[in-house]
Design a protein around this ligand. Structure first.
Ligand code: ZN
Length: 79
């Protein structure tokens, strides 16, 4: 009796942790919300991914900017 219930619980958990099945039934890759149309994630996680991507870009841009500033300073010192 107890074992049967355990197996049932495990089966359900396994089903939920299967990521490919989640997107097939229209659930977000990260949570249980319905997906945004045409995506594998919900609206919330879609926005979060965009924010992350933009932050990464900004950081890279900031690094490039600092590099170019240093180069300019170096050149002007050399002159
Ligand atoms: Zn989500």
């Amino acid at each position: 009796m107890c074992r049967a219930r355990d197996n049932e619980t495990r089966r359900i958990r396994k089903g939920f942790s299967d990521r490919s099945d989640r997107s097939k039934i229209g659930l977000c890759y990260f949570c249980d919300n319905p997906v945004k149309k045409g995506y594998k994630v919900c609206e919330k996680h879609y926005q979060m991914n965009i924010e992350k991507a933009e932050k990464g870009r900004q950081t890279q841009a900031a690094q490039d900017y600092m590099k170019s500033v240093k180069k300019i300073q170096y050149r002007s010192v050399k002159k």
